[in-house]
Ligand binder design. Structure first.
Ligand code: FE2
Length: 291
């Protein structure tokens, strides 16, 4: 057995962790050791800096609870979440790109009929969103479930509020021709929570803490890759500086202003509304890893 030197320490540690019984775990841990050591060597990590990092990780853990996940937030702002999405969603050309799930999805949203108003009294500018769910050949995907959730006109999600009933979230189903139609209100962009260790770090930089206005979608149909994505409002603030690196060109859509009158759901809108149209294209290559 070789005794430890600055030169051989990384190899010794990587080899030790490479003994994990599961081959994938062995690969992950030995690579982790090599990259951690390379980082410390590159920046000549001081003992004070090492302790600061330990304190920051400890505070990040203490900030997590049932509703708040500060580690996911850390991963998001470092660009790691989006990188993992990219690596695991190399979809066919023409398929709608995926983006981050984010921390505000709630399971079990109520089913909604074609054209249902998922805002149900929550104040804001009415927004109709219509289009079709298609495959990469342009054929409709009937029955696809569109699980939709969003922030309100103040930028707040249900998960951040003390409410008992589903708020600004619902599950729609594509019709036989692939068409979907939902009514809601225009969401507002929002800042990530800035009162924890992640915000404290962001505050020490020029990074904008905002996300541009968007609506979340999780679209599923057996035989297709599950699609987790957003639609962003064209012209919204912060599109180019999304703090979690989630914005993609193909996901930015115009919200067109329309006067009161006939609405896309076949009813009359008594007030002016916004209208957006978007076809989601599911990859038919089967379900792939990641989310
Ligand atoms: Fe969001």
């Amino acid at each position: 057995m070789a005794f430890v030197t600055e030169q051989n320490l990384t190899d010794l540690a990587a080899e030790r962790w490479g003994s994990a019984h599961d081959p994938r775990t062995a690969r992950l841990l030995s690579a982790l050791v090599r990259h951690l050591h390379a980082f410390a060597r590159e920046v000549e990590l001081t003992e004070d800096e090492w302790m600061s990092a330990i304190d920051w990780l400890t505070a990040t853990g203490h900030t997590c609870d049932d509703k708040r996940q500060e580690f996911i937030l850390a991963s998001d702002v470092l660009g790691l979440s989006t990188l993992v999405v990219q690596l695991n969603n190399r979809l066919s050309p023409g398929a709608t790109p995926a983006t981050v799930l984010g921390p505000f999805h709630i399971d079990g949203s109520p089913p909604a009929e074609f054209g249902h108003d998922m805002a149900e009294g929550v104040r804001g500018t009415p927004l109709y969103l219509t289009g079709r769910v298609l495959d990469t050949e342009g054929e409709p995907v009937p029955g696809a479930v569109l699980d939709v959730w969003q922030a309100d006109a103040q930028g707040a999600y249900e998960a951040q509020l003390d409410v008992d009933e589903a708020r600004l979230r619902a599950k729609y189903r594509a019709r036989q021709d692939g068409a979907y139609c939902l009514r809601t209100i225009a969401p507002l962009g929002y800042t990530i929570p800035m009162d924890g260790p992640v915000g404290e770090l962001v505050d020490r930089t020029d990074i904008s803490p905002f996300r541009p206005a968007h609506i979340h979608f999780l679209i599923e149909e057996p035989g297709y890759a599950r699609l987790i994505t957003h639609l962003f409002r064209e012209g919204a603030d912060h599109l180019a500086t999304d703090v979690v690196f989630g914005t993609k060109d193909a996901l930015v859509v115009p919200f067109v202003e329309r006067p009161a009158g006939p609405a896309p759901d076949g009813r009359e809108s008594t007030e002016p509304y916004l209208y957006a149209e978007y076809d989601f294209v599911l990859d038919s290559g089967g379900v792939r890893g990641g989310s």
